[in-house]
Design a protein around this ligand. Structure first.
Ligand SMILES: NC(=O)c1ccc[n+]([C@@H]2O[C@H](COP(=O)([O-])OP(=O)(O)OC[C@H]3O[C@@H](n4cnc5c(N)ncnc54)[C@H](O)[C@@H]3O)[C@@H](O)[C@H]2O)c1
Length: 440
């Protein structure tokens, strides 16, 4: 099938590459000239494991092209995937849907045949219905229809999640739209991927409800961490014991610095804001608390770090391991790690940051922090080391040899992932969040 993809950020670029890999002919369009130039040249504007290899392979087949012309992407395609950003509106919790609106307008203006416009961006419930109404009023000579197909990929596992999704959701208003989406994803459906068909509003809600649930689970265990701190209990053991209950499960139940990134924080805020607009704010009031608990974890990490270095950051050197919002990504949008690093810097610490992939993005957001190419350089003569993103590289640090790098062997493990005994046996004092006092 001939597909267009509008927006080639983390979602759109991965979707375009994967759809071409599945055998479709894809032309992907973005307004960002630099991004299009990089992707056309086979190099990725972001870090995503496996992406570069797959990009190179599908470009070589000739089934994928990138363009800065909406006309070129949309012309001749029968399905148009809208993958543009929906960031948080400045000064509000609501989502900014202006990019979705302009992408839809661009598709309608450029369409030269009948087609299905499929939203993949995460949007406030009701957006698809509004766009469908606008489409009905637009005087396009072609039969265009709207569907919603929310995306559940995780950065760091985006290729795997797109080629082997745990479910597909088709929000449609006609049999034709459903049939078209079944055709697009035919090989995944044949491979047994569960797929559900719903109305437009339900499909929009599936995405935000999933993110609200995941955020709630993380904030739940972080609330337990706060209680553990008060009574000197260990939230890691608590979480492990809870996780064995298969009604609860252990995933998304790791207490620590909390969630961040370009999705969860803004999505739960936008969901609450939308519920308010719809007169259903009571139903989602708990999400404000989920958000507050999450933000509090960052503040607690900063307070813990300050207390560990003696109550004042002035004159203290703090190494921060990790800048990305999670491992295997270079995405620093609303990154808890960078947030903590910046707060300590503002309070007077000499903050030295390392990240295996996210330094360039971090530097753009926080140019005043010091960045280093290796964890060892960042940690040199540190009074405190803060593990802020749980990259594998940090989990395999050898504490005995690292001890000679730092000035004081003290480590705040904000992700509660290091083996405390192993590190304390090597002479380190280890601190966590929600784990009672230090190890030594
Ligand atoms: N990143 C994820 O892991 C993920 C997962 C699931 C859903 N989502 C959702 O997908 C959407 C996109 O997220 P992202 O992380 O890829 O964002 P992003 O900021 O990385 O990419 C958005 C892209 O859209 C482009 N764009 C904006 N307006 C445009 C227009 N009118 N025409 C063409 N291109 C335009 C931008 O230049 C940018 O390259 C959001 O709604 C997000 O919530 C993201």
């Amino acid at each position: 099938m001939k597909l267009s993809v509008i927006g080639t950020g983390y979602l759109g670029a991965v979707h375009a590459v994967c759809m071409a890999h599945l055998g479709h002919e894809v032309v992907a369009y973005d307004t960002d000239a630099a991004k299009i130039a990089m992707l056309s040249a086979g190099s990725s504007p972001f870090y995503e494991p496996g992406f570069d290899e797959l990009l190179g392979a599908v470009l070589a087949t000739g089934r994928l092209r990138f363009t800065q012309s909406a006309d070129e992407a949309v012309s001749g395609a029968s399905v148009h995937f809208v993958c543009v950003g929906t960031p948080q509106l400045a000064g509000s919790d609501a989502a900014d849907v202006r990019y979705v609106d302009s992408a839809f307008k661009a598709v309608v203006a450029s369409a030269d045949c009948d087609g299905l416009i499929v939203g993949k961006s995460t949007v406030p419930v009701g957006t698809a219905q509004r766009l469908a109404a606008e489409l009905a009023e637009a005087s396009s000579p072609h039969a265009l229809e709207i569907a919603w197909n929310p995306e559940f990929l995780r950065e760091g596992k985006a290729i795997e999640d797109t080629l082997r999704p745990d479910r597909l959701v088709f929000g449609v208003t006609s049999e034709h739209a459903e049939k078209t989406l079944r055709q697009v994803y035919g090989s995944l459906i044949d491979a047994g991927t569960p797929h559900l068909t719903s109305d437009l509003a339900t499909s929009e809600l599936v995405k935000v409800a999933a993110n609200a649930f995941l955020a709630t689970k993380i904030s739940f265990i972080n609330a337990m961490a706060e209680v553990c701190d008060v009574v000197d209990a260990d939230v890691v053991l608590l979480s492990r014991a809870l996780g064995y209950d298969d009604r609860i499960g252990s995933r998304f139940l790791n207490a620590g610095l909390g969630f961040g990134g370009g999705c969860l924080p803004k999505d739960i805020r936008a969901f609450s804001a939308r519920a308010g607009e719809l007169g259903a704010s009571d139903a989602l009031r708990f999400l404000h608390e989920v958000d507050k608990i999450n933000v509090r974890q960052r503040e607690k990490a900063v307070a813990a770090a300050r207390s560990i270095v003696g109550g004042d950051f002035l004159g203290k050197s703090v190494a921060v391991l990790g800048a990305a919002f999670k491992p295997n990504s270079d995405d620093v949008r609303d990154s808890p790690a960078l947030n903590v690093a910046a707060a300590m810097h503002l309070m007077g610490a000499d903050v030295r940051v390392h990240d295996p992939k996210a330094i360039a993005n971090a530097r753009k957001r926080f140019p005043t922090l010091s960045y280093f190419d290796t964890a060892e350089d960042a940690c040199r003569n540190a009074d405190l080391t803060v593990l802020a993103t749980e990259w594998d590289e940090y989990l395999s640090i050898e504490p005995a040899s690292f001890r000679s790098v730092v000035r004081v062997p003290r480590l705040l493990d904000t992700r509660n992932v290091l083996d405390r005994q192993y590190w304390s046996d090597a002479g380190w004092q280890l601190f966590g969040l929600g784990r009672g006092g230090p190890t030594a």
